[in-house]
Design a protein around this ligand. Structure first.
Ligand SMILES: [Zn+2]
Length: 180
């Protein structure tokens, strides 16, 4: 088998895995180099409908509440755990798939909470690479949490927020600061 067709075979096999996970067309193109019309026809073959179109979200759109920020941080922590410091230089499809599988294991999709889909996971990985989303160490609890530019919520620790909220509910003592 010629090298070019072997590479092509590998790219197509990877694209199929990403299509299975319903990743949007443009990220599949950037990860595999396959032409977009070919990716769209693979998607249609697999899911019997056209892939979704329109602009890709940025991760700042996920930071709409403390709950969602905690969710993004959970996925980011799993992805960084598997990919290490390399995640700030490259976006590996294999690491992304492993991280999202792990995320799904501890957070199965159900009707009440959908969680982050695989395209959301790609957006977070892309923005971790560019620096648009960043880990920040919390001075109070010591955990790293994610922030992004231009979010609706202040760039504070989601875990400390929930801890303060719980304390407030338990009536142990009033929180010093409670945010949206
Ligand atoms: Zn904290």
């Amino acid at each position: 088998m010629a090298l070019t067709s072997l590479l092509r075979h590998e790219r197509r096999a990877l694209a199929m895995k990403l299509v299975d996970r319903e990743l949007r067309t443009s990220p599949i193109h950037s990860l595999t180099g396959l032409p977009e019309p070919e990716i769209r026809s693979l998607f249609k073959m697999k899911h019997d409908r056209s892939p979704p179109s329109g602009p890709m979200p940025s991760s700042s759109s996920f930071f709409t509440s403390r709950r969602n920020q905690a969710e993004v941080t959970l996925f980011g922590a799993l992805y960084r755990h598997l990919g290490g410091q390399r995640i700030h230089r490259q976006l590996s499809a294999e690491t992304l798939m492993k991280a999202h599988d792990l995320y799904r294991e501890i957070h199965p999709e159900d009707s009440s909470r959908k969680g982050l889909n695989f395209t959301d996971a790609w957006v977070i990985a892309r923005d971790l690479k560019s620096g648009a989303t960043r880990f920040v160490p919390c001075r109070h609890c010591g955990l790293d949490y994610l922030i992004a530019d231009e979010t609706d919520i202040p760039p504070n620790c989601p875990f400390c927020f929930f801890r303060r909220l719980r304390k407030q509910k338990d009536g142990q003592r009033a929180p010093r600061e409670v945010q949206a």
